[in-house]
Design a protein around this ligand. Sequence first.
Ligand SMILES: *Cc1c(COP(=O)(O)O)cnc(C)c1O
Length: 406
Amino acid sequence: MALKLPIFMDYHSTTPVDPRVLEAMLPYFTTSFGNAASRNHSFGWTAEKAVDDAREQIGKLIGASGKELVFTSGATESNNLALKGAAHFYKDRGNHIITTQIEHKSVLDTCKRLELEGFEVTYLPVEADGQVRPEAVRAAMTDRTILVSVMLANNEIGTIQPLKEIGQIVKERGALLHSDAVQGIGKIPFDVSDVQADLVSLTAHKIYGPKGVGALYVRRKPRVRLEAQIDGGGHERGLRSGTLNVPGIVGFGKACEVAMQDMAVESARIAKLRDRLESRLMQALPHVFRNGSATHRLPGNANLSFAYVEGEGLLMALKDVAVSSGSACTSASLEPSYVLRALGIGEELAHTSIRYGLGRFTTEEEVDFVVKLTADKVQRLREMSPLWEMVQEGVDLKSIEWSAAH
Ligand SMILES: *Cc1c(COP(=O)(O)O)cnc(C)c1O
């Protein structure tokens, strides 16, 4: 069977809507188009019922009650609401926030904003495998610490954080724990009570739901308070005004239900494909390095550095495959990925990294195609590289002074 090109291997960036999810959503665009806030007629009641059912489906996936969810436009908004909302509400208790250097930009930039307002933020470093040491959290906590924000799993390297241990420490000190759980839910088991999280950010489009809909879990017992960031009609218990995206929320709910049903089998299948991709690439090519943890890692993630190859050039050579690179020009900044730098990976290797993200619709044929294509292109690019030639001749590159271009 012929492969359909380009192949999508960028499931950390987004995912296609699952056909089962789309089917569940469709009636809410047309026949059942009511506003969930309309209390006076059946159009509203139907929409409200659909939203409440979705709340339960989403809550179930994370061990929460549907009543503890606030719907948002996605995880960027959820992260903003969690951090700004908690910081503003609890500012009289303290002004210190702890997070990590490898959080998503929507956490880091929100923390930067809070610093401008006078909050103090500690950005914890991570180990070489991308994990935060729970003891580092303990050491950073002070009597002024109101909030700790640590992601469940990283979007670039897939590293899963020891959240349960971190939650224990945060609770001992009486602070709040927020987690950006976007990349982990539906792929690895996660329970808000198990990790003692107070606030958890979610989004639908990373788990085969639609884009533009997310949620923030806000613990009710003991009750966590937030300052609303969007004012208006008082929807979502006053925490997030605005007419609910009913079809989106229905899709989000269905996506969670499917994820919960299929998680164990699906994650095992995807991890096997990822291991196949990784081991075959490493067999085919010398000087391939894994970024992040080999063991505490999302099943669909392989972040690999191909030494002596520019990530940009490789990305271009791999135009039949949708992947992303930790190299500079994929983003607006000139720096290589801040996540890879936080692992202590040299700029050279950071520039040669490719993130493969496998998911629900990835096939073995696709993996084998991508392995062959990557191996061919890396070999070709290395043959054109003067650095590679020097390595082949046995020159110790570390002895060479790098030019300003590097
Ligand atoms: C994608 C992503 C986000 C942002 O989610 P949106 O719903 O696209 O705003 C936040 N955090 C992580 C870890 C992500 O991967």
